[in-house]
Design a protein around this ligand. Structure first.
Ligand code: BMA
Length: 342
């Protein structure tokens, strides 16, 4: 892995940030909110649905204990959003719903729920989420029909997050990308990769395999992780990932005392029949923090993709910016495919 990545890294010029960005900010949320970001977005029953990460610190002071849960918003056009009056999934609600998963330790171990992705499979929405517990980070899969009530179907062993379901079964099985955290087995700090797993029933996950190693991504010197649920194209499953680079010379860049990382967006193509196979990878980032709302906020220079939706030949990419707001950018499918060498 390279030790440092150039500061002046550039994204592609043919992606367009929407002029109404940010699409969702804490002011849009009818309950306590300091940050609204890293959303999952999908189309469901004739409208756009969004599950977003909502962080709240009293007085907007991150030093004060706050909470993180998942809000729900909907939209007729994917641009103007209205947020439902109460959160969709919270640590409290997960504790109540997830009793079966905590048989040995009671339910008090859930700290927060975050970084959701929504995938509609066979007409039914699934929400994958990360859950911090006293005993590690677990990845959950929940299903819902109304974004009010939900069933938690599975929770991974720690340490795993950024699980992202494909929108179709492959050979009859559900498939998901994952990002485990191997801390003892790798010499570099935070060298984390993108993995794949399959399941017949969304409960039992196995057949794990590596899809993309961080060492294959020239613009990351730390970790990578799956982004939005993959999009079926004639050439393969097109999918984003986030790529992190760390630079010791970075100092304060956000509300925290120091923040030395940058999160860019990468793009890859997986084989349609066998999505374990990497068919294409862009060797430069698709998007690099550039707009003011991406460069400054709670943590500056963070882009975190969570939704990818085709509108004819145009593809929208929804992403969290600066761990503070939710945004969208769009590009032509043909340009995206050419970028991954298809
Ligand atoms: C990751 C997650 C994301 C966040 C990112 C940058 O570890 O917590 O939710 O966007 O860090 O802070």
């Amino acid at each position: 892995m390279p030790t440092t990545i150039p500061h002046d890294l550039r994204g592609v010029p043919w992606i367009t940030r929407h002029d109404r960005n940010p699409l969702l900010s804490p002011d849009d949320v009818p309950y306590p909110s300091s940050l609204t970001f890293n959303a999952g977005v999908a189309k469901y029953e004739g409208r756009y649905v969004m599950v977003f990460r909502n962080d709240y610190f009293p007085d907007d002071d991150p030093a004060k204990p706050g909470k993180t849960d998942l809000g729900f918003a909907e939209s007729p056009d994917g641009i103007s959003w209205s947020v439902r009056p109460t959160p969709f999934l919270s640590a409290d609600r997960a504790r109540e719903a997830g009793g079966a998963f905590y048989a040995n330790r009671g339910a008090e171990v859930v700290h927060r729920i975050y970084d959701p992705r929504i995938t509609v499979v066979d007409g039914r929405p699934y929400v994958c989420f990360a859950m911090d517990t006293l005993h590690g980070v677990r990845s959950g899969v929940a299903t819902t029909s109304d974004f009010e009530s939900f069933d938690i179907l599975s929770l991974s062993a720690p340490e795993n997050r950024n699980t992202v379901l494909f929108p179709e079964r492959v050979d009859g099985d559900f498939v998901r990308l994952e990002r485990p955290f191997p801390v003892y087995s790798r010499p570099e700090p935070e060298a984390f990769d993108v993995w794949i797993a399959r399941s017949a029933d969304l409960l039992r996950w196995g057949d794990h395999d590596l899809v993309l190693g961080v060492e294959d991504v020239p613009f990351s010197n730390r970790k990578i992780g799956p982004g939005a649920p993959p999009l079926r194209t004639p050439k393969g499953w097109l999918t984003t990932f986030h790529a992190v680079d760390y630079d010791e010379s970075r100092g304060k860049n956000g509300w925290e005392a120091t923040w030395k990382k940058r999160y860019t967006i990468g793009l890859m193509l997986l084989d349609l029949e066998d999505p374990r196979r990497l068919k294409g990878l862009a060797k430069t980032p698709l998007m690099v923090p550039q707009a003011d709302y991406e460069r400054s906020g709670f943590r500056g220079d963070v882009l975190f993709p969570g939704g990818m939706i085709a509108e004819g030949e145009e593809v929208r990419i929804y992403y969290g910016a600066a761990d503070t707001v939710e945004c969208v950018a769009s590009a032509d499918l043909s340009d995206l495919l050419a970028f991954v060498g298809a």
